[in-house]
Design a protein. Sequence first.
Length: 399
Amino acid sequence: MSEGNHGPLKELRVLDFTRVYSGPYCTMLLGDLGAEIIKVEMPETGDDTRRFLPFKNNESGYYMYLNRNKKGITLDLKSSKGKTIAMKLAKWADILVENFSPGTMEGLGLSYDEIRKVNPKIIYASISGFGQTGPLRNKVAYDAVAQAMGGLTGVTGYPDKPPVKAGPSIADANAGIHAAFGIMAALYHRERTGQGQYVDVSMMDAIFSVLENFVVQYTLNGVNPERIGNENLASAPFDAFPTLDDYVVIATANDRLFQKLAQAMGRDDLPQDARFNTNPLRKENYSKLKPIIIEWTKKHTTAEVVDILDQAKVPVAPIMSIQQLVEHPQIKAREMLVETDHPIVGKFLIPGFPIKLSATPGSVRDPAPLLGEHTDEVLKTILKLSNEEIAELKKEGVF
């Protein structure tokens, strides 16, 4: 675990009304970069992910991963005094992030229009399934719904099999990353103009925006893309191939790489074959080319294919399991597994911060908060409430 906060956002203050994945992932990134995050949760129950697998000592690993580097408070936003405290914290904050269903924050009296009355410079980011506008604005969503509606599920899997979603909640993650990027752009604008603004991110939009060339295949040529398994829509050979003991991914996206692959296979004739001598022709005739490559890969173990093609400088990879990744020297060298020390669970490893900054590195400094762990601290240090005032508010069920 990194010592001290050297992140580039360490002067920024974030009020975090997020839960589950997309919002917490966004604020996790900001926290890793040094921002002070105050995570607001419902009294007694807290974030839904406190009850998500896996568990150790009744603490959720899901929650602990996504909510590191945050201070946690509880607050009843439906009470008038809870709303008053939330407004005071919003006045203190540089950034507010929420991922409730559209209309929820308005119903609580905590909309962007209300918040900017007390803090005109606030950058207020909302993440939702389908955005704050459009006919699907009020449609409820989780990641699987957004993957399906955004087009990812429809192009994932094999043509003769049912469609499948991506394994991880990639719509949530993409929305969180896009929100963090939008917040950074809004911060840059505020630095130049002094003006805050509203950031609206949709999970469906985020997925639709990363469909690579699937969309333009239709808009350009009128071809509706179908599921193609592990193949690539534009390049060949670019696929997963069986070996003696498993599978291996080989990716050749240009003629030079195909020539290197053919040479490594002992098939210098293939690039001269009229069916295979350009990438468009290889894609057109891939049903003829694929068996030739499989014939070669099935004579070798995965490790042997990887070694041969690594030496030939052809993009190649085994299909890694999570266990293999956790033990992999590259993951360790890049500090992509870091130790956190939770007060109940103790020490364990979680994924690290994926962006490497040379002067102001991001870091995992603090474990995820226990429910309401920092309520008193935040009320005393930020809102300057006395012990007596805090005790009275607790009696009234505000926290």
